[in-house]
Design a binder for this molecule. Structure first.
Ligand code: AMP
Length: 282
């Protein structure tokens, strides 16, 4: 397994692999790896001979009041896990080598990034798209794997690939959960014991929504009430947003119809902001 910190070296390695005709898959992460990340690596391995895992806590996607300084890190353990999973290259650049001091080009998206997480994290998706575009150019993958856990991010990346003609297939990976249903996230490790116990309300409330929809409920107002009732069981959590949107365009919907919809929410706990979502397909 190669561990590469220099972006120029990463691109050289990738271009060499490309010239040899090898197929490669990229799994972008911010490190502190868990089973959710490893499931994406396994998907990548099924599809490509070379798997590049990038591990980069990208400062550009954190707002000034956000948790950049408290984002958990564990480089040694991450490298062991990557070795065990058969990753070919771990790319872990330093922030200083990824961005020129006077960098002045960014990617902006003006439709899908407006609501949901984009509503409360205004610089976030521009930072994500810019770094993912850079990772695509550095790692030169044939395909890249992104988790459904970050539903808005996945849709935005598909849109960027479509609109900017990146020759890269975007492959989604299902959400991996803890035994009690909490979606795995590096940020879960920052939760206090009480917060962790209450964090299951995200999944519970979405499962209650799924059940109501299965019974025929289509009114978003009623579905919202169901979530609110569950969230009352987590007094440490404050609802950031709860959105019912078209699954592809992320446009808000009044009542569920025949089109697939996405129910997504974010809850701010004192030590971590958590997200979860559910696709409602009819
Ligand atoms: P992160 O390190 O949190 O930025 O996530 C890196 C990638 O792993 C993203 O594509 C995420 O959507 C994905 N991911 C994070 N958590 C999970 C999970 N619990 N299940 C599946 N994919 C995940």
């Amino acid at each position: 397994m190669d561990v590469v910190t220099d972006p120029v070296r990463m691109q050289e390695l990738a271009l060499e692999g490309r010239r040899r005709g090898e197929k490669s898959a990229l799994v972008p992460t911010m490190g502190f790896l868990h089973e959710g990340h490893l499931s994406l690596v396994r998907l990548a391995k099924e599809r490509a001979e070379n798997v590049v895992l990038s591990s980069f806590v990208n400062p550009a996607q954190f707002g000034p009041q956000e948790d950049l300084d408290r984002y958990p890190r564990s480089v040694e353990r991450d490298l062991e896990l990557c070795e065990q999973e058969g990753v070919s290259v771990v790319f872990m650049p330093e922030a200083g080598t990824m961005y020129a001091e006077d960098a002045s080009v960014k990617i902006e998206e003006n439709a899908l990034s407006r609501g949901l997480c984009g509503g409360s994290r205004p610089v976030h998706f521009s930072g994500v798209l810019t770094v993912v575009a850079k990772l695509f150019l550095l790692a030169q993958p044939d395909l890249a794997i992104f988790g459904e856990k970050d539903a808005q991010q996945l849709r935005l990346i598909r849109r960027m690939v479509r609109d900017l003609n990146f020759p890269i297939e975007i492959v989604p990976g299902p959400i991996v959960r803890e035994a009690d249903g909490l979606a795995m996230s590096s940020r879960n490790s920052n939760l206090s014991v009480e917060e962790r116990a209450q964090a299951i309300v995200l999944r519970r409330s979405l499962l209650a929504v799924e059940k109501a929809v299965a019974k025929g409920e289509r009114r978003v107002e009623i579905l919202r009430d169901i979530v609110t009732q569950h969230l009352a069981e987590a007094p440490l959590g404050q609802l950031d947003y709860l959105s019912f949107v078209d699954d592809e365009t992320l446009a808000p919907i009044e009542d569920l119809g025949d089109q697939p919809a996405l129910a997504a929410l974010a809850v701010q706990f004192p030590n971590a902001r958590l997200i979860d979502n559910l696709t409602l397909d009819f």
